[in-house]
Design a protein around this ligand. Structure first.
Ligand SMILES: O=C[C@H](O)[C@H](O)[C@H](O)COP(=O)(O)O
Length: 220
């Protein structure tokens, strides 16, 4: 099984969590793209979706699913999104596609967060994947210096501006032993919009595509 087939299998497995007649939250990335393709088959059951990026918005509109404003929908039943890394507590690193802030907002506004990924994303300790941080442009050097104090090596992601008009700093060299603490520490730095650590609000269900089928891991 290729990595793409594993992503697709995980994405298809998430369909069973979709509540007919209810608006859902949709994340961003190559795994979510498979989920959006799958949603096309049941689009008549879906009144609309809240999207975490301009890219997903375009894709949802193409298959005829209305994209709604989170300020008008209230709490969502489910949010489906991928991850760059996940641990067994379903804490995640996200933001490889620069959509982390809107993703964290929609995840926070949803009752259930279903994470879909291929099995390579499951790790013992988070931090091998460079940790993305969305930063207000004028603060990029300052935030970089503060990250060095925390033991990380900050790299500006070249040529990337987020959907919110900000920059991304990727942090290497962090072994994240206490994700909840590090998330709070980085989010405290002035100029940080948010860090791509989803530890305070981890996923509720992790669907992992493996060669022997989709493995479901639940929180707790
Ligand atoms: O900003 C992007 C998101 O956090 C994605 O969910 C994450 O990068 C995983 O993407 P993919 O499904 O392409 O591996």
């Amino acid at each position: 099984m290729t990595q793409d087939e594993a992503k697709k299998a995980a994405a298809e497995a998430a369909l069973k969590y979709v509540v007919p007649g209810e608006v859902l939250g949709v994340g961003t990335g190559s795994t979510v793209n498979y989920f959006i393709d799958a949603l096309a088959r049941i689009r008549d059951d879906i009144p609309g979706a809240v999207s975490s990026s301009n890219a997903s918005t375009e894709r949802l509109k193409k298959i005829g699913i209305p994209v709604l404003d989170l300020n008008k929908t209230g709490t969502l039943s489910i949010y489906v999104d991928g991850a760059d890394e996940a641990n067994k507590h379903l804490q995640l690193i996200k933001g490889g596609g620069a959509a982390l802030t809107r993703e964290k907002i929609v995840a926070g506004a949803s009752r259930k967060f279903i994470c879909i990924a291929d099995e390579s994303k499951l790790v013992g300790v988070l931090g091998k994947f460079p940790l993305p941080i969305e930063v207000i442009p004028m603060a990029q050097s300052y935030v970089g210096r503060e990250i060095v104090k925390l033991g990380g090596q900050p790299y500006l992601r070249d040529g990337v501006i987020t959907d919110n008009g900000n920059v991304i700093i990727d942090v290497r060299g962090l072994e994240i032993l206490d994700p909840v603490k590090l998330e709070a520490q980085i989010n405290q730095i002035a100029g940080v919009v948010t860090v791509g650590l989803f530890a305070h609000r981890p996923a509720d269900v992790l669907l992992l595509g493996t060669p022997v089928g989709v493995k479901e891991i639940k929180a707790g």
